[in-house]
Structures are given as C-alpha cells and as structure tokens.
Write a protein that binds this ligand. Structure first.
Ligand SMILES: NC(=O)c1ccc[n+]([C@@H]2O[C@H](COP(=O)([O-])OP(=O)(O)OC[C@H]3O[C@@H](n4cnc5c(N)ncnc54)[C@H](O)[C@@H]3O)[C@@H](O)[C@H]2O)c1
Length: 156
C-alpha cells in the first residue's frame, strides 16, 4: 500500500517534492491545498491531485496518511501541530519554525501523536542540528532521495 500524501502549500518546494516522488512505488501524492487556488490547481493538474479548499478536509480524510508542509516558515508550527493532532505523518520543510519556543511546541505535539515527523533539512550541517532535537522518531534528511526514503519509512 502506498503512503498517501496531502500537500499543504503548493509553491516551489511542493513541485520539487512532487516531482521527486512521482516515480516512487511507495508514495502517492493525493491532494493539494493552498490559499492561492491557482497554485493548488497548477500542482494538481501536473500530478493528477484533487484540490482541497480547506486543509481540515485533508486532516480529516482517511485516505491521506501524511502531509507535506511546504508553507512559509511562520505557518509551520500551526500546520505541524494540527497534522500531529490529526494523526498524520509529517514532512515539514525547513526551517522548522522561526523560534525555539515554536520548535518546542511542534516537538510536544509530535511526541504526543502516533505520527512520524521529518524535517526537510537538506544539508549534513543542518541535519546535525535537527538530529539533536527531541522528536521521538525524528529523521533528518540528506537530499531529496533521502526525503523519499524517510517518507517510505513512515509506512513501516
Ligand atoms: N524553494 C526552495 O528552493 C526551497 C528549498 C528548501 C526548502 N524550502 C522551504 O519550503 C517552504 C516553502 O517554500 P517555497 O519556496 O515553496 O515557497 P513558495 O512561496 O513558493 O510557496 C509557498 C506556498 O504557500 C502558500 N501559502 C501561503 N500562505 C498560506 C496559507 N495561510 N495557507 C495555505 N497556503 C499558503 C502560497 O500561496 C504558496 O503557494 C519554506 O519553508 C522554505 O524555506 C524551499
């Protein structure tokens, strides 16, 4: 069974991830949410996704296992906490959040949840920072292929 992804934020980074995961046998991008509906439609058209007008629909859906959070930094905490509370696995793009307090909030939410959370740090240097964090099951990522591997691990 494929890990089914809902995308939150359909700009540049979302396209990178969608393109990289296109050939994965274990990951399927399903749904796109963005307040800029044109951005959501563009991603949806290219990758055959449905467009969600409300991100809560993604969080409530039994047909979505994980969310990709490719939103501006200041939204990472709000969406990560909501996704963790909904029991979704999470890949949140870097930087984790603008403040340490928000990072703590995110970590608390993930620890309480049954979800796997990954932060999308792409370099070895920043990866070290992430692995020192407190996530129960955190995985730092070393490039797009590793992001795919990380998401696939969430299916185990
Ligand atoms: N672009 C890159 O090369 C790159 C690389 C690595 C990491 N990142 C990270 O990815 C994240 C996204 O960056 P990006 O470059 O894709 O930005 P972007 O501006 O291209 O895309 C962000 C998207 O979020 C949408 N958005 C803004 N506010 C929203 C809201 N309240 N609800 C729903 N959607 C909203 C915008 O309409 C836009 O489509 C950032 O954290 C960034 O640091 C980007």
């Amino acid at each position: 069974m494929k890990l089914r992804i809902g995308v939150m934020g359909c700009g540049t980074a979302a396209h990178f991830h969608a393109a990289a995961c296109r050939s994965s046998e274990k990951i399927k991008f399903v749904s796109a949410f963005d307040t800029n509906i044109e951005n959501a439609k563009k991603l949806a058209d290219i990758y055959s996704l449905t467009v969600s007008r409300d991100y809560h629909d993604i969080l409530r859906s039994d047909e979505i296992d994980a969310v990709l959070i490719t939103l501006p930094h200041y939204l990472h905490t709000e969406f990560t906490v909501a996704a963790a509370e909904a029991g979704k696995h999470i890949l949140c793009e870097k930087p984790m959040a603008p403040t340490l307090e928000e990072c703590d909030t995110m970590m608390r939410a993930v620890k309480k949840a049954v979800a796997v959370a990954l932060m999308g740090y792409l370099s070895a240097k920043t990866g070290k920072i992430v692995t020192r964090s407190d996530f129960e099951r955190v995985a730092s990522t070393q490039g797009t292929r590793s992001i795919i591997t990380g998401l696939e691990k969430a299916t185990v």
